[in-house]
Design a protein around this ligand. Structure first.
Ligand SMILES: C[S@@+](CC[C@H](N)C(=O)[O-])C[C@H]1O[C@@H](n2cnc3c(N)ncnc32)[C@H](O)[C@@H]1O
Length: 263
C-alpha cells in the first residue's frame, strides 16, 4: 500500500521536512518516563524524523511505515547517525495487532504518531495499541506545525492561492494539525482507556529560504501529482512570482504533543 510518499516525494521529505526540536523529544520522554530499557513504536515514521532522535533515549525503536521509499531513507538516516537500535518495519496501522506476536512478553513504552494519524483509523488503532503498552506508557500524537500554505502570513496566503490555482482545488485540509483534530484525537484516546490526556505545545520561529519552501511544498504533494522533473523549474518560478519578494520567509512553528497514558 502506498499513499503518495514514494519516489521523489520521499527524497524531498527527507531533505526538506523539519525535524522536531529537542523539547518535543523531552516531552515524550517525560510523559512516559522513557528509559533505555524501553521499546517504542514510531508509526508512520516517514524518513525517521522522530524515530532517529528517539533512539538514543530508549532501548529500541520500531519505525513502521507502509511506504518502502520512506523506510529506506529512514534507515539511511539512522545509519548516518550510527543508530543501531532501530528496526524498520513495512506496515500500516492495520498491521499493529500483528506486533503483539512479535513482542511476545515485552511491551511498548510508547507508540508515537507524527504527522500521520490522519491517514489512519485512529479509534481502531488506539484500541489495538492499548494491550501492547506497559503501565505508565502511552500514545503520543504529534503535529509538526501547520502546512506551509495554511499559515497566518502573507507569504503563506500567496502560496496557497498559487497552489490552488495550479492544482485547481481548494487546499483546506489541516492534515491532522488543527485544534479540532486534536480534540477528536484526545477524545478517542480517552474512549480507548488512555488517561491524563493533555497537550504540550512547543513554539518557535525559523526562516525558510525559497529553496526550503519549495522543497517543503514538493514533499507534501502526492507522488502522482508532483510536477515532472522538467516541469519543476517553471512550477517553482510560478510560486516565486506569487510570493512577496523576500529572500527568507518566517515560519512560526507550533509543535503539538498530545499524550495519553495507561494506568
Ligand atoms: C507526513 S509523513 C510523517 C513522517 C514523520 N512521522 C514525521 O513526523 O515527519 C506521513 C507518513 O505516514 C505514512 N502513512 C500513511 N498511511 C499510513 C498508515 N495507514 N499507517 C501507517 N503509516 C502511514 C506515510 O507513508 C508517511 O511516511
Amino acid at each position: 500500500m502506498t499513499v503518495g510518499f514514494s519516489g521523489d516525494v520521499a527524497e524531498y521529505y527527507a531533505k526538506f521536512r523539519r525535524g522536531y526540536p529537542p523539547q518535543a523529544l523531552d516531552a515524550l520522554q517525560t510523559a512516559f518516563a522513557l528509559t533505555t530499557d524501553d521499546i517504542v513504536l514510531d508509526l508512520g515514521c516517514g524518513t525517521g524524523q522522530l524515530a532517529v532522535p528517539l533512539a538514543s533515549r530508549v532501548g529500541s525503536v520500531i519505525g513502521m511505515d507502509p511506504e518502502p521509499d520512506m523506510l529506506r531513507l529512514a534507515r539511511d538516516t539512522a545509519a548516518r547517525h550510527d543508530v543501531r537500535n532501530a528496526t524498520w518495519v513495512l506496515g500500516a496501522d492495520s498491521d499493529v495487532p500483528a506486533l503483539s506476536e512479535l513482542m511476545g512478553q515485552r511491551s511498548l513504552a510508547m507508540a508515537v504518531i507524527g504527522q500521520a494519524l490522519h491517514w489512519m483509523d485512529h479509534g481502531e488503532l488506539f484500541r489495538a495499541l492499548s494491550p501492547l503498552i506497559r503501565p505508565g506508557g502511552g500514545i503520543a500524537v504529534v503535529a509538526n506545525g501547520t502546512p506551509l500554505w495554511l499559515q497566518d502570513d502573507e507569504w503563506s496566503r500567496s502560496l496557497r492561492a498559487c497552489l490552488e490555482d495550479y492544482f485547481g482545488t481548494k487546499l483546506e485540509a489541516s492534515c491532522g494539525t488543527g485544534a479540532s483534530d486534536r480534540l477528536r484525537y484526545g477524545q478517542a484516546l480517552e474512549a480507548a482507556g488512555f488517561e491524563g490526556v493533555r497537550e504540550i505545545v512547543i513554539e518557535y520561529s525559523d526562516e525558510l529560504s525559497f529553496d526550503q519552501l519549495i522543497g517543503g511544498v514538493y514533499s507534501a504533494i502526492p507522488a502522482d501529482e508532483l510536477p515532472e522533473p522538467d516541469a519543476r523549474p517553471a512550477f517553482a518560478e510560478r510560486i516565486r512570482q506569487s510570493l512577496p519578494p523576500d529572500q527568507y520567509f518566517t515560519e512560526d512553528v507550533a509543535v503539538s504533543v498530545l499524550v495519553g497514558r495507561l494506568r
